[in-house]
Design a protein around this ligand. Structure first.
Ligand SMILES: *[C@@H]1O[C@H](CO)[C@@H](O)[C@H](O)[C@H]1NC(C)=O
Ligand SMILES: *[C@@H]1O[C@H](CO)[C@@H](O)[C@H](O)[C@H]1NC(C)=O
Ligand SMILES: *[C@@H]1O[C@H](CO)[C@@H](O)[C@H](O)[C@H]1NC(C)=O
Ligand SMILES: *[C@@H]1O[C@H](CO)[C@@H](O)[C@H](O)[C@H]1NC(C)=O
Ligand SMILES: [Zn+2]
Length: 561
């Protein structure tokens, strides 16, 4: 009975040290060689049918999982499977099945391990930059306002290139709309911290010549022409706040930039909506509203684990993406959308694996929905991260072991204590003590490490919320026109170039004739290849081979979704 394996119950291993949940494998055939031989053959077929779309990408969507390094993505994949009751390692996140991927070098010009501002400058503007700078090149050092004002040091981004090509543009984030990642799409600033005027005054006269990031969003090109802006940051924008909270970036110039944004739309006779709750977001008529500004919190949006899911609360990231795409789809010339899962990073900084992985899965839902809403033959979708974190996946939990749980038996760990699969190389959970004899770590027996409040053990101490980024490569997963341009280890700046080349904008705005010169060349080669070796392809796939390009696309879609 095939169902027996699937129905196998979740096992709780009781040991001398405590308990660990072990989830069952979804397939009972994994012990059989045939299972793996069949899987391998299917993947070969898929690779042979890999789509290489060389038409112009009308739309581009960049999904940015802030801090979503490869370890984080692997843990998220396992967590996803375990939330469905099985082991998880064998499963897939939606981007795991994208046909193309590459690795990206994330270093800054002046740092081995980067931050989100310089990396966003790289993947949105196509030029590498210094640590904590936004939209400016390497001649601008952190906080050097004067250098950032020199025209040749200021960069243009994919958002501006798209606008120049008369495309509609938008961004959504779960952080402030002035936060590092999205700021690089519209602002030029020697410091990512200059989100409001108050933060600049600290730097005295030298900084006041520069404009804060929030004002750049509302007053300057390309910020003021962005059709969809959603996230948090009412405080930075000088809008009325709902909560009494620490005002770390409160405007001191008395400006209300939301009011200014509204005035600008009214003066130009543009339809607009300013929304602050899920209810208001849902009421936006996306077919008759040109500009949408959503500010759902004073600072960042809450973690998915802590979100007020009522209509008065703030929306799921999926819902922001849905409204953004519904609005941007109405553009005749196509669109560019940046969608950031910004709190994956925050959950990791506080070393709360549960919060981080819940953010990752919410982000994944948004990607999944977007793929259903757009025409994949004319939309390039990229999922990537700006940088990694120092979270690690320790050996050796048994297959299906709760990814947030503990390992109770180990031949390698010398103190005999249970340990969590996920720990951090640094963080505020540094927690060793001296028992009069030797240095010891906490005994996790009876501790619920799957709780969102559980703070992971860290090897080196940091301040609260300061676990650091990691420096290894991140992945870029792509599907749609020109996705195959991701093919090896690239500089992170390459992302901006692929997006611009695929859609013939910005530095590649004259590339239209390239497309005319090689219409579906790759398809012809691919088709020939497969036809010449029909025996290598199983009967189920040969049926597809007699058809045309579109059947290839359908096949690719089946593999993907
Ligand atoms: C697979 O083999 C292992 C021994 O390696 C065994 O414990 C397990 O029950 C087998 N699973 C199935 C579904 O046959
Ligand atoms: C917007 O217009 C499209 C096409 O005309 C239609 O399919 C869609 O339902 C409309 N959306 C809303 C929210 O009215
Ligand atoms: C350190 O471990 C002890 C248990 O040994 C626990 O009570 C405490 O909360 C931990 N502190 C931190 C910062 O993780
Ligand atoms: C950890 O705590 C449990 C429960 O208090 C105890 O039985 C066990 O001996 C402790 N382990 C060590 C190595 O101290
Ligand atoms: Zn970060």
């Amino acid at each position: 009975m095939a169902s027996l394996g699937i129905l196998a119950v979740v096992v709780v291993l009781a040991t001398g040290f405590g308990t660990a949940t072990v989830f069952p494998r979804p397939s009972e055939d994994e012990n059989d060689s045939d299972y793996w031989l069949k899987l391998g053959r299917e993947e070969i077929e898929e690779a042979l049918l890999k789509p290489k779309l060389t038409n112009v990408a009308k739309n581009v969507i960049l999904f940015l999982g802030d801090g979503m390094g490869i370890t984080v993505s692997t843990a998220g994949r396992i967590y996803k499977g375990q939330k469905h009751g099985h082991s998880g390692e064998e499963g897939n996140l939606v981007w795991d099945k994208f046909p193309s991927l590459g690795l990206l070098k994330t270093y800054d010009l002046d740092m081995q391990v980067p931050d989100s501002a310089s990396t966003a400058t790289a993947f949105l503007c196509g030029v590498k930059a210094n640590y904590r700078t936004v939209g400016v090149n390497g001649r601008v050092r952190y906080c050097d306002c004067q250098a950032s004002l020199i025209e040749e040091n200021r960069l243009t981004s994919i958002i501006q290139w798209a606008q120049e090509a008369k495309k509609d543009t938008g961004f959504i984030t779960t952080t402030q709309v002035t936060h590092a990642t999205v700021a690089a799409a519209y602002a030029k600033s020697a410091s990512r911290k200059w989100q409001c005027d108050k933060k600049m005054k600290k730097f005295g006269q030298s900084a006041t010549a520069c404009k804060d990031i929030a004002r750049q969003l509302v007053e300057d090109v390309p910020g003021k022409h962005i059709k969809v802006v959603m996230g948090g940051g009412r405080q930075e924008m000088g809008a009325p706040k709902t909560d009494i909270m620490e005002d770390n970036c409160k405007r001191t110039d008395g400006m209300n930039l939301v009011r200014d944004w509204i005035s600008h739309k009214e003066e130009n006779d543009k339809s607009y909506a300013y929304v602050t709750t899920t209810r208001e977001l849902r009421s936006v008529d996306t077919n008759n509203t040109e500009y949408i500004l959503g500010l759902f919190d004073d600072i960042h949006l809450p973690y998915e684990t802590d979100r007020d899911t009522s209509l008065d609360g703030c929306p799921h990231i999926k819902e922001m993406v849905e409204v953004a795409i519904n609005r941007l789809k109405n553009s005749d010339n196509g669109f560019f959308l940046l969608a950031e899962g910004g709190k994956i990073d925050k959950g990791l900084h506080i070393t709360s694996p549960k919060r981080a992985l819940e953010e990752l899965l919410a982000f994944e839902e948004a990607v999944e929905l977007a793929l259903k809403m757009v025409d994949m033959e004319e939309t390039l979708v990229i999922v990537t991260a700006d940088h990694s974190h120092v979270m690690t996946m320790n050996g050796y939990p048994p297959r299906g072991n709760d990814i947030l749980g503990v390992v109770t038996e180990s031949e390698e760990i010398s103190d005999g204590l249970p340990f969590t699969t996920l720990t951090f190389a640094n963080g505020h959970g540094f927690n060793y003590s001296f028992d009069g004899n030797k240095v010891v770590r906490p005994n996790l027996t009876g501790v619920d490490t799957t709780d969102k409040e559980y703070v992971s053990l860290a090897a080196m101490p940091t301040y609260y919320d300061s676990e650091t980024h990691g420096g290894e490569d991140v992945a870029a997963f792509a599907v749609g026109p020109w996705a195959h341009l991701f093919h090896r280890v690239h500089e992170q700046t390459y992302i901006a170039h692929v997006m611009a080349y695929a859609s013939c904008i910005g530095p590649y705005k004259d590339c239209h004739h390239h497309h005319a010169e090689r219409p579906f060349n790759e398809y012809n080669i691919l088709q020939k290849q497969v036809k010449e070796h029909p025996k290598r392809v199983s009967s189920s796939a040969t049926g597809l081979l007699s058809g045309n390009i579109f059947i290839f696309m359908i096949a690719a879609k089946i593999f993907l979704f």
